[in-house]
Design a protein around this ligand. Structure first.
Ligand code: PHE
Ligand code: ZN
Length: 863
């Protein structure tokens, strides 16, 4: 098998409207693996049953495979041929048969990390979306569900642990080999198949389900890492209890295993009964993991566990329905994390992520609806739109009907479609019927891409105030004209003079292109609190003066709305400054000062609220992004806030940090606020700031404080910076996840030489293209550093394009993920546009480019 031969030269576009039910079903599959790192023999026996009325050959997808032997009902079979990389078996008049195919694969040379691959001596699989066809010939489409029996045999010393889906029903020894037989009683699509073989240790625990089933839980890691699995185990047990309590969903096997591997393209994978995780979402202890890392572990463990119902018991009919499982499961994990910590802070974080990752996607050349109409390579559609906007669309349905009716809808969905491969339409219909709501217009969220905008204005007639709404949905590639969306809009209105008039929290449903909403009687223009809790994933255009925003930031009774008001005030101030208007910082400084008064009671919220908007988000508000002016003005505002409130920042830092082992949201918030305080203080250029940061770095009892101090130092030019980076490297050079942070803080640096630094770090002996986490920690961090990536001479663009070209032959999925930042060229000045497009063209000119990179680069170039 050579990886290069596995991707066709001319990308084919696949359309949702072309869906046809499978010609053959496969009720049962038996797989037999003779394991070896360089050569694994795979014997597959598929029991196939014809579904088509007339004879039709059996189409089995393959990717880089050669059939060593084909048998039908035990006889050697010659009626087969290859169609490109696929195998077509002619079964004549048969309506049922057992088709056996033998293949040999080479896990060691599988650098794509899709299919069966080796990760540090371990054999593991990744089959979603289309990796199973790299293991054996199979229809490899999610609407073909089978019961799997898996036998695996291998050298006892090399592979002491043998795991697959379901339950281990038998095992034995054969000389220096041993073998195990696994059976999964639940029919599943091929993308949920998994196998792991290697030298692993386990953290075992158990969970008793609501009906009294005792489930054995195992988290499998490399020797030495087991002490860092406690948080993941707790998250797993909490998730199991939460899904019972909130959705009435119970686990359905006697065993639930998780394996952590270092080389993984994504976060984790929900294989039935055998989740496989990127180590970064399993391993955590206070010395090596930040609070953000801890939350990531909890959220991803929950996400994959929740897939057991939203994804596995009810799966997707085809990959156009991906958001059916992903959007819903993200919504579920968001609510779980909210329940485990602070709901407003979780909502702020989720909205910040949506605005950082999804809004730009929706506004750019790769915009697509949460249910796409076509794709060339499905791996390119594991996007913020499918996941995060998808979750917002589920959230809107839940908001419109309320929790009890929503639960009736999801109960109907799970009961009606259990064991099936369903569609987004099935989900919407179940909510419609179960919750009792008409979602005819709401379905447009599945069809139309682009972030809707509501332009708001207030009108008054005889003391009665109303809100006028004008809704537009911007054109996106292939969708020039849009219809208005249906959305829930939570709002409230207050009299700023404290006269007591108010419109309490109200939920209205917006459906029209224009709409008027009565607010009530107010003596003067009321302060409007709108899209509270971010009830709809939209952009609100609403002219409000600094006085009104400051008032809301201080007085709104919805914490999310207070956060939004302060962010809007900061944004308005920054955008004015960037556009050359002489800025008045006073309103922002006063509002930050006000907000800091709540630091003792709710440090987590305050830390979020006083953070300045990111450079990228400021850029998103501008007609043409000016990365240098944004950097300059944001730093200037940060320095002003830092200087005027210096005693407050110093007071926060003078206190002691909560112990790193305390993971309560108050403790996490306290640490976050200290990080923010340090950044404000450092921005002032205070002489003692590096010493102070170095002190925090050295005295820290955990990674949250240590990394925050290191990141602050990394922006500067002090001796302390050099010392801290060196100490950090020496201390953690053998811990890959922590070493990733060392690369990351340098690529995030606001220093003028960051692009050169990244270029040099790519030559560091610890840098490797073979590990996706390492690639993201350096290059992914650079693309998130707006002023550096968009350095005017194009050096940042060139670095990313060079990376894409070098990585594509090894790992096209991860290479393709680096392209979207280059595709946002329309948002920049002509000079940068030309440089960005030239790099996209240079990528496209490479011979033998993967389908993944070809699709992303060619669509990005179109703009
Ligand atoms: N289905 C996985 C998840 O969302 C993501 C994934 C996709 C992982 C493709 C690997 C490959 O949890
Ligand atoms: Zn998922």
């Amino acid at each position: 098998m050579t990886d290069a031969s596995s991707t066709p030269a001319i990308p084919v576009t696949i359309h949702r409207s072309d869906y046809l039910a499978p010609d053959w079903s496969i009720p049962d599959i038996a797989l037999d693996f003779a394991l070896g790192i360089d050569a694994t023999k795979v014997g597959a026996a598929l029991s196939v049953v014809r579904q088509a009325d007339a004879p039709v050959p059996l189409l089995l997808r393959g990717d880089g495979l050669t059939p060593a032997a084909v048998r039908v009902d035990g006889e050697v079979w010659n009626d087969w041929r290859m169609d490109g990389s696929d195998l077509i078996v002619d079964l004549g008049e048969r309506t049922a048969a057992t088709v056996e195919v033998d293949t040999v694969i080479d896990p060691a040379s599988n650098t794509q990390l899709s299919g069966l691959y080796a990760s540090g001596g371990l054999l593991c699989t990744q089959c979603e979306a289309e990796g199973f066809r790299r293991i054996t010939f199979h229809p490899d489409r999610p609407d073909v569900l089978s019961r799997y029996k898996v036998r695996m045999q291998g050298d006892k010393a090399a592979f002491p642990i043998l795991l697959s889906n379901g339950n281990c029903v038998d095992q034995g020894e054969a000389g220096s080999d041993h073998w195990a037989l696994w059976e999964d009683p639940w029919p599943k699509p091929s993308y949920l198949f998994a196998l792991v073989a290697g030298d692993l240790v386990v953290n075992k625990d158990s969970f008793t389900t609501m009906s009294g089933r005792e489930v054995e839980l195992g988290i499998w890691v490399r020797g030495g890492d087991q002490d860092r699995t406690g948080h993941a185990m707790q998250a797993l047990k909490d998730s199991m209890a939460w899904d019972e309590r909130v959705y009435g969903r119970e686990y359905d096997l006697d065993l639930f295993n998780i394996v952590a591997v270092s080389d993984f393209n994504m976060g984790a994978m929900e294989n039935k009964g055998l989740n496989i995780f990127n180590t970064r979402y399993i391993l955590a202890d206070p010395d090596t993991a930040t609070d953000v890392d801890y939350d990531g572990v909890e959220g991803v463990v929950a996400h994959e566990y929740f897939h057991n119902w939203s994804g596995n018991r009810v799966t997707c009919r085809d990959w156009f329905q991906l958001s059916l499982k992903e959007g819903f499961t993200v919504f579920r994990d968001q609510n779980f994390s909210a329940d485990m910590g602070s709901p407003p802070v979780k909502r702020i974080e989720d909205v910040r992520l949506l605005r950082a990752a999804q809004f730009p996607e929706d506004a750019g050349p790769l915009a697509h609806p949460i249910r796409p109409d076509s794709f060339q390579e499905i791996s390119n559609f594991y996007t913020a739109t499918i996941y995060n906007k998808g979750a917002e669309i589920i959230r809107m349905m839940a908001t419109m009907v309320g929790p009890d009716r929503f639960r009736k809808g999801t109960d109907l969905y799970f009961d009606r479609h259990d064991g099936e491969a369903a569609t987004c339409e099935d989900f919407v219909r179940a909510i419609e019927e179960g919750a009792g709501i008409d979602l005819a217009q709401f379905r447009r969220w599945y069809e139309q891409a682009g972030t809707p905008r509501l332009k708001l204005s207030l009108a008054e007639e005889g003391g009665h105030w109303s809100l006028d709404i004008v809704q537009t949905v911007p054109p996106t590639p292939g969708q020039p004209e849009k219809q208005p969306m249906m959305m829930p809009l939570r709002l409230a209105a207050f009299a700023m003079d404290g006269s007591g008039d108010a419109l309490a929290d109200t939920l209205v449903t917006v459906t029209g292109a224009t709409q008027r909403i009565a607010l009530g009687t107010f003596a003067a223009r009321p302060a409007l609190s709108v899209n509270r809790g971010f009830s709809a994933p939209i952009i609100v255009d609403f002219e409000r003066g600094p006085g009104e925003l400051a008032w809301l930031a201080a007085h709104d009774d919805d914490p999310f709305a207070r956060y939004e008001a302060l962010q809007q005030l900061m944004l308005d101030t920054l955008v004015a400054a960037v556009s050359g208007k002489t800025g008045d910082n006073q309103a922002v400084i006063d509002a930050v000062d006000q907000t800091l008064a709540g630091a003792a009671s709710d440090p987590a919220f305050v830390a979020e609220a006083v953070l300045l908007p990111s450079e990228a988000f400021i850029g998103d508000q501008m007609v043409t992004v000016d990365p240098d002016a944004i950097r300059r003005e944001r730093l200037a505002l940060q320095a002003a806030i830092g200087a005027v409130l210096e005693t407050k920042w110093r007071a926060i830092l003078a206190g002691s940090a909560p112990p790193a082992t305390d993971l309560s949201s108050t403790a996490k918030g306290g640490r976050r606020l200290r990080g923010v305080a340090l950044a404000y203080l450092a921005a002032t250029g205070a002489d003692d700031a590096p010493t102070l940061a170095f002190g925090i770095f050295s005295d820290a009892d955990g990674m949250t404080e240590r990394q925050a101090a290191l990141a602050t130092l990394a922006h500067g030019d002090s001796d302390e910076r050099v010392a801290a980076l060196d100490i950090f490297y020496q201390r953690y050079r053998d811990n890959p996840l922590v070493l990733d942070k060392w690369f990351q803080v340098q690529a995030w640096s606001m220093r003028a030489d960051t692009v050169d630094a990244v270029k040099a770090l790519a030559q560091h002996p610890d840098f490797t293209l073979a590990n996706p986490n390492r690639v993201r920690s350096l290059y992914g961090a650079l693309t998130g550093n707006q002023a550096a990536f968009h350095q005017a001479d194009g050096a940042g663009y060139k670095l990313i394009a060079d990376l894409v070209i070098a990585l594509d032959p090894k790992n096209p999925q991860t290479a393709a993920k680096m392209i979207p930042p280059l595709g946002r060229w329309k948002r920049f000045d002509e000079g940068r546009q030309a440089l960005m497009k030239a790099e996209l063209e240079r990528i496209l000119a490479q011979p033998g480019l993967s389908r993944d990179v070809t699709e992303q680069a060619s669509k990005s170039l179109l703009g």
